[in-house]
Design a protein around this ligand. Structure first.
Ligand SMILES: CCCCCCCCCC(=O)SCCNC(=O)CCNC(=O)[C@H](O)C(C)(C)COP(=O)(O)OP(=O)(O)OC[C@H]1O[C@@H](n2cnc3c(N)ncnc32)[C@H](O)[C@@H]1OP(=O)(O)O
Length: 229
């Protein structure tokens, strides 16, 4: 097996957990991540006294120690069961268990087209009161990658070109992506992110590649997922 293939396909882990159990666990993990996200926002914005900060820190350290008593050996990866349910709770954008992720719910309205609406708060600040340019790129890369892949094939970002047209204020945002062109292993996706109903703040064009070492055809059911919508 090609090294890259081993590494990448290795992230798709067959985990024969029944779907109802995945869903129960997902709810529990999401609820904790929501609270941790709230903790991040509260940490950024708190003005409590230093001794209170130290006391809160001690409690947080205690909670971390409890979670560390049972851990995966590495990152969460993408898991799937033979019922076709997949879950990627660690993903930086859509990961339900990742407090660093907003998280984003991407809606696939047919193959080759997707949109998402989410709120980017204080944790995503770049210029004062504005979304960090790298965060916009991160959000766009995810929706564009998912659009290129449609959960039917493995695609990787080859080149991502961004045009920052106007600052994007923190708060509710919308992004959209669609496949513009496809030729062989190359898929061109266009996307944008901005305040809903206003002109785009950032426009993106990306070239996504089905890697030479990946199967060209639709991947075996398991790590793939049917396009939603
Ligand atoms: C499944 C669930 C969906 C999940 C969505 C997740 C969204 C997140 C998306 C990501 O963040 S992916 C992570 C960031 N990207 C990477 O880590 C990719 C790292 N690069 C690679 O693995 C390889 O370089 C790559 C797969 C992109 C290309 O390797 P290949 O061996 O397939 O390319 P090859 O050398 O065969 O070149 C094929 C063609 O593509 C062109 N090409 C290769 N790399 C390119 C590139 N980077 N940009 C533009 N064009 C590129 C190359 O010139 C050539 O053009 P021609 O056919 O016209 O000669």
């Amino acid at each position: 097996m090609h090294d890259n293939l081993g590494m990448t396909m290795g992230m798709f882990i067959h985990d024969e957990v029944p779907t109802d159990e995945v869903e129960r666990r997902e709810k529990a993990v999401s609820a904790l991540a929501d609270s941790v996200r709230d903790l991040v926002d509260a940490t950024i914005r708190t003005t409590v006294a230093d001794d209170e900060l130290a006391a809160v820190r001690a409690e947080v350290d205690g909670l971390v120690a409890r979670l560390r008593t049972a851990q995966l050996p590495g990152p969460a990866g993408v898991r799937y069961n033979s019922e076709g349910r997949s879950w990627n709770w660690g993903n930086a954008v859509v990961g339900r268990g990742n407090a660093v992720a907003p998280p984003v719910d991407i809606v696939h309205d047919g193959f080759g087209s997707a949109y998402a609406e989410m709120t980017l708060g204080a944790a995503y600040e770049g210029p004062p009161g504005m979304v960090h340019g790298g965060v916009s790129a991160l959000m766009l890369d995810q929706i564009m990658g998912e659009t290129a892949s449609g959960f039917r094939r493995l695609t990787m970002t080859g080149t991502l070109t961004l045009r920052y047209r106007r600052p994007l204020p923190l708060g509710p945002v919308r992004m959209e992506a669609r496949i513009a062109h496809e030729e062989g292993r190359k898929i061109t996706v266009e996307a944008q992110i901005g305040v809903r109903g206003e002109d785009a703040a950032v426009e993106a064009t990306g070239l996504f590649l089905i890697p030479s070492w990946a199967p060209l055809a639709e991947t075996e059911q398991g790590w793939s997922r049917s396009a939603e919508g």
